[in-house]
Design a protein around this ligand. Structure first.
Ligand code: EPU
Length: 455
């Protein structure tokens, strides 16, 4: 069993998925309604924030995804009492936070990247933190140097041992002056979760300002933190002595919403995404419209559909917010294989986010990935050495194939490709999709997809 399949099986087990493989009879437009709940990339961070409090927190709209299960278990390992009503409301009681045994921490190694965000909260609560090997999607090197440099600036001492990364704070944590080399989402969250209880003021420059980060700041403010977001990616944090628990409804998952929108377009269908909000999707909606998709913003969600006629090509550069999210490109590329002409997608955030293209080509797509990226007169984002561009020539009919999911978003694009292609496709490593898409097989049924879960 290869490493990816192992990752997938662990995630599938966490969710109790009956099968790690789906057989899809594709070529049918998806029609119907799906609901998106709390954003994976906010919920898991808000769960970590609960560790900073002196009283219990309540988080609503938590999706049933494997990453939530992993973080809940990590909190439990540290003595946080985690309860759920089974329908998206979680309660975290951190009154008995305690040190964990290495074996318990190690048992969760390799399953998620969120444990890195436990550093600051654990240093505040216990004076030390032991972080296991990190997991997460294999979409690039994903170094943690920004995180460690920021923690050192707060006064943490970082030691690497055979057990993982051990951090201590012999003199406590003190507010710091930090400039990130790149507006990293995770490193910004690290600074927020550490700065709120550090002594004195923290100034963070070149911070990420994704909506999920703004929602995390809202959570921390409810807890008693003082955080000011200034223009030009500057965030000030005035450290406080105590934080209380919060009550919060998580913002919707805009990456999931964009994924279903792409599925509607690629399959020639019509999907109402209940819970989607225009404000956090404006960049995506512009591109969706340019490709030829139609959408209708309603009070309780957004309807996305293929209006008929030909789709057109586009040029996209992924970027930090408010740019086009890297997480949106993989699902949309499937729709671009059906557009008339040559589309260009420049991936500037991760060095390996076109891993899914090989399978699409095996299904009949015409995608060329250019390492190092392509110049283009219309490009605005500063080139990064790690970038790649994809040239997508369309339209190409897709035919069925046996494919293996490479990562979360790439995996969803495989699902869309299989739903678009005529014939029976077999998609394996479904557990990787379950890391971030809740009940996706039930949602596919509601949309009229024809499939069965294989043994
Ligand atoms: N980077 C470094 N050093 C660091 C941290 C990041 O060089 O210490 C680099 C990364 O290698 C990458 C870039 O900075 O080239 C951006 O990484 P970032 O830290 O912003 O990403 P992340 O926090 O690891 C989160 C989401 C990703 C999403 C990115 C970009 C979570 C759990 N993950 O990752 O989501 O793509 O931000 O918005 O919030 C997904 O949901 O499928 C997913 C991968």
């Amino acid at each position: 069993m290869n490493a990816l399949t192992q990752d997938s099986k662990r995630a599938a087990d966490r969710l109790g998925l009956v099968s790690d493989t789906i057989v899809i009879d594709g070529g049918r437009p998806l029609h119907g309604t799906v609901e998106v709940r709390g954003a994976k990339n906010l919920v898991t961070k808000a769960m970590v924030a609960a560790l900073l409090a002196e009283s219990p927190s309540t988080l609503r709209d938590v999706p049933a995804i494997a990453d939530v299960r992993v973080v809940a278990n990590m909190l439990r390992v540290y003595g946080v009492n985690v309860e759920t009503d089974g329908d998206g409301t979680y309660r975290f009681d951190p009154s008995n936070v305690e040190r964990a045994h290495f074996a318990e921490i190690d048992a969760l190694a390799g399953e998620s990247r969120i444990p890195i965000l436990f550093c600051g909260p654990l240093l505040h609560r216990l004076g030390e933190a032991l972080i296991p090997d990190l997991g997460g999607c294999r979409i690039g090197n994903r170094p943690i140097n920004f995180h460690m440099d920021a923690l050192r600036a707060f006064g943490a001492v970082v030691d690497k041992s055979y057990e993982g990364i051990r951090l201590t704070a012999p003199n406590g944590l003190t507010g710091a002056n930090i400039e990130l080399p790149y507006p990293s989402v995770g490193a910004t969250e690290q600074v927020l979760l550490t700065g709120v209880l550090a002594k004195g003021t923290t100034e963070l420059r070149n911070a990420a300002i994704e909506p999920e980060i703004m929602d995390l700041i809202a959570v921390l403010q409810k807890m008693g933190a003082i955080i000011t977001v200034e223009p030009n990616r500057v965030i000030f944090i005035e450290g406080v002595e105590h934080l209380n628990g919060y009550e919060h409804r998580a913002m919707f998952d805009r990456n999931e919403a964009a994924s279903w929108a792409a599925a509607a377009l690629a399959t020639g269908g019509d999907i109402f995404v209940a819970g989607a909000r225009q404000q956090d999707l404006t960049t995506f909606l512009n591109i969706f419209r340019k490709v030829g998709g139609s959408f209708d913003v309603r009070e309780d969600g957004i309807r996305f559909w293929h209006p008929g006629g030909d789709l057109g090509p586009v040029e996209i550069e992924t970027d930090v917010h408010p740019g086009f999210m890297t997480d949106w490109q993989q699902p949309l590329v499937v729709a671009l294989t059906q557009a008339h002409g040559r589309s260009l997608v420049h991936e500037t955030v991760y060095e390996n986010r076109f891993g899914f293209a090989e399978a699409l080509n095996a299904m009949g797509a015409d995608i060329t990935v250019v390492p190092g990226g392509l110049e283009s007169p219309t490009r605005r984002v500063a080139r990064r050495p790690l970038e790649q561009s994809a040239i997508i020539n369309g339209p190409t009919p897709l035919h069925a194939a046996d494919i293996e999911v490479p990562d979360l978003r790439g995996g969803f694009s495989h699902l869309i490709a299989a739903l678009t292609a005529h014939g029976r496709s077999r998609v394996s490593n479904l557990g990787l999709i379950g890391r971030g898409y809740e009940r996706f097989t039930e949602k596919l049924t509601a949309l009229g997809a024809v499939f069965e879960l294989a043994d």
